[in-house]
Design a protein around this ligand. Structure first.
Ligand code: MG
Length: 322
């Protein structure tokens, strides 16, 4: 018998939450159903929604599999909450995405780890820090890294971030699987943290004041950008994205205005700019790209830590292939 841990996104607004349940069965994971009236995806009178497996991973915590699913209605149609379908319709595997997921570990009252006795000393020592007065939660971050690698998700790195209790990992993927991988990496983050009695907060500004918010800088490229790029190509892509800046912001996570203030290495949410090596721009053209004769990638610095990667993919690829 096989143990399949089905994972899906619920119907909560403005961002979905992760849900899961386990099925024990022979053979491949079948289409399954759940009570959509408990996840804001259906009315009680006709509550069945359908789970369609889209991607499978080794389950790092048992000998079974994780099964990422998309949701259909009981009538076998794409559910309105299913943001994956729109992304899948526009993206192909030539598109690569590197998501820089930032987040805070918190206790179960919502205080960031390290903040239990009040506000810690100002930012400065924490970023990539070492020593127990400078970092907290490292053992959880490292357990999560191992869990993702065991699952077959390509995490390319982790680091302690600028605020105490804040961390980042980078998740690389191709095509629609990049979005699946990021969601499953988040699922594993919550689950690994559970084992430590710790919670995860992906809100873009958990602490107001002189504290960095959390973003999800999105690095992306396609075949042309990687192999036959030019300054004109990269500039024209930035211009295209700038022309639909408001649409992008609408797809890049809620409460992002609290983070994109024009300070703390961000551009204001009301402005669009791009530039080489510019961490105060909406889109950064990495020096790597320039030094490789304009072959490389772009970094969209606008997405918030709570953004839905399927919506980011749909916006970027939809805009740049229109
Ligand atoms: Mg970072």
């Amino acid at each position: 018998m096989n143990k399949y841990e089905y994972i899906w996104l619920d119907g909560f607004e403005p961002e979905p939450s992760l849900r899961s349940k386990i099925k024990v069965t022979d053979g491949e994971p079948p289409e399954w159903s759940f009570d959509g009236s408990s996840t804001q995806q259906a009315e009680g009178g006709s509550s069945d929604c359908l789970l369609l497996p889209v991607e499978q991973y080794e389950n790092p915590t048992n000998d079974g599999s994780l099964v990422m699913c998309q949701v259909h209605t009981g009538e076998h149609e794409v559910h309105p909450s299913n943001t994956r379908a729109a992304a899948e319709a526009v993206v192909s595997d030539e598109w690569w995405f590197g998501f820089e997921q930032e987040y805070f570990f918190t206790d179960n009252k919502g205080n960031p780890l390290g903040w239990e006795d009040g506000t810690p000393r100002p930012q400065g020592d924490y970023y990539c820090g070492v020593g127990s007065s400078n970092v907290v939660g490292r053992e959880i971050s490292e357990a999560h890294l191992d869990a993702c690698l065991d699952a077959g998700i390509e995490l390319t790195g982790t680091n302690a971030e600028v605020a105490l209790g804040q961390w980042e990992y980078q998740c690389l993927g191709k095509g629609i699987k990049a979005g699946d991988d990021l969601w499953v990496s988040r699922y594993l983050l919550h689950k690994v943290a559970e084992e430590f009695g710790v919670s995860v907060n992906i809100h873009p500004k958990p602490k107001t004041g002189d504290w960095n918010g959390s973003g999800m800088h999105t690095n992306f490229s396609n075949e042309e950008m990687r192999t036959t790029g030019s300054e004109e190509l990269f500039n024209s892509m930035c211009e295209k994205l700038g022309a639909v800046h408001e649409e992008g912001i609408a797809s890049y996570g809620s409460d992002n205005d609290m983070r994109l203030t024009g300070t703390h290495e961000t551009q204001s949410i009301n402005e669009f700019s791009y530039g080489v090596s510019d961490r105060g721009a909406s889109i950064r053209i990495p020096i790597y790209t320039v030094e490789h004769d304009w072959n490389g990638y772009l970094e969209d610095r606008r997405p918030a830590s709570n953004a839905d990667p399927y919506r980011i993919i749909a916006h970027l690829v939809g805009t740049l292939t229109a």
